[in-house]
Design a binder for this molecule. Sequence first.
Ligand code: 1DF
Ligand code: MN
Length: 351
Amino acid sequence: MTTELKTGGQHGYLRIATEEAFATEEQLDAILRLVKEGRADKGTVSLWGFYGTSPSERTTFIRERLLDLGELRLAAMDEAGIDKAVLALTSPGVQSMFDLDEARGIAARANDHLAAACERHSDRFIGMTAICPQDAEWSAQELKRGKEELGFVGVQVNSHTHGHYLDEEQFDPILRACADMDIPLYIHPQGPPDEMIGGMVEAGLEGAIFGFAVETSYHALRLLTTGVFDRYPSLKLVLGHGCEGLPFWIDRFNYMFNAGVRSQRYDRLKPLQHSLHHYLRTNVWGTNSGLPSPASIKLMMEVMGEDRVLYAMDYPYQYVPDEVRLLDAIDISPEQKVKFFQTNAEALFGL
Ligand code: 1DF
Ligand code: MN
C-alpha cells in the first residue's frame, strides 16, 4: 500500500479531517506547572506528565507537531492527502486549570493564534473555539467572538471540567450559546476525573486506549438521558472515536433507560420526548478519529444515518497515512464515501 495520496479531490472527494489538535506553549507550560506542583488530577498527570516530558520518539514528534500551525502540518496533510483540517486546542484545553484569569487568557490567546493560522492558510485550516467551561458566561461570550469575529465553526470541550458535566446547570450558558448560534459542540476526551479513574492508571488504561472513551461516552449519555436535547432540540453534538461507542450500545441504552423511567427508579431520569436512538440520529454526529475501522464506520452509518458520520485523523496523535488508503478502499458506495470524507463535514460545519 504505497500509492501516492493526493489532495485536490481528483479521486472524487476532498478529504476533510475533523479532529486535529494543536497546542500553545503557554498552555503546555501551565499544564506542566500544575503537574509538577502536584495540583493536577490523575488523568492530567498521566497524560501530560508523559507527553510533556518523555524523550521517546512518539512524544517528541507529538510535542513538535502540536505546536506547529505551518509547514510541518501542511506537509503531513499533503503526504496523507488531507485537503482541510478542522483544528482544536489539544485536550484538556484549559479545563485542568484552577486560576480562571490564567485559563481564560490562555484559551483566548489560543483562539487568536489559531485564527491567524486559519487566515494564513484559509484553504487548508478551519478552527474550533477553545473555551473555559469553569466560567460558563465568559465561555458563551468567547463562543460568540469565535463565530462572529474569528470565523470558527464549532467548539471543542474536552469532556469533564474538574469532574463536572455539561448537563449540570452551571454550564447552561454554553449549551444555550451553541444552540442559539448553531455552533456544533465537539466533546473530545480527556482522562477520567479522579472520582472515576479508579485503578485505570495502574492498569495503563485511563488514556486514549480506553478511559477516554469510557468517560466521554458517559458524558454524552448524560446529555441524552437528562433531556438536554428536549431543552435544546437544535443542539448539535459531535463525538470522535466511533461516536465513543454509543452506536454499538444504543439498543441497550434505550431498553434500560425506558425500563428505569417506567419504574421511576431514579429521580433525575424523566420521560423524554423521543427515544435515545432518535437523539442519536437527530442531534449527534460521529467521527472515526482513532478508529480507522470499516466495521465501526459502517455500524455508525447504519445506526446514526449516513449523513452523520465524518472522517477524522487525530493528527498528530495518530498520524498514519496508510489509514487513509484503507478508508479510501472501504466497501461503501461512492456517494457514501463523498459524504464521509467531505460533504457531511461541509454541511455540519457550514464550510
Ligand atoms: C491521545 C489521543 C491524546 C487523543 C489526545 O490529546 C488525543 C493519546 C491529548 O494518544 O494520548 O486527542 N485522541 O483523540 O485519540
Ligand atoms: Mn483527539
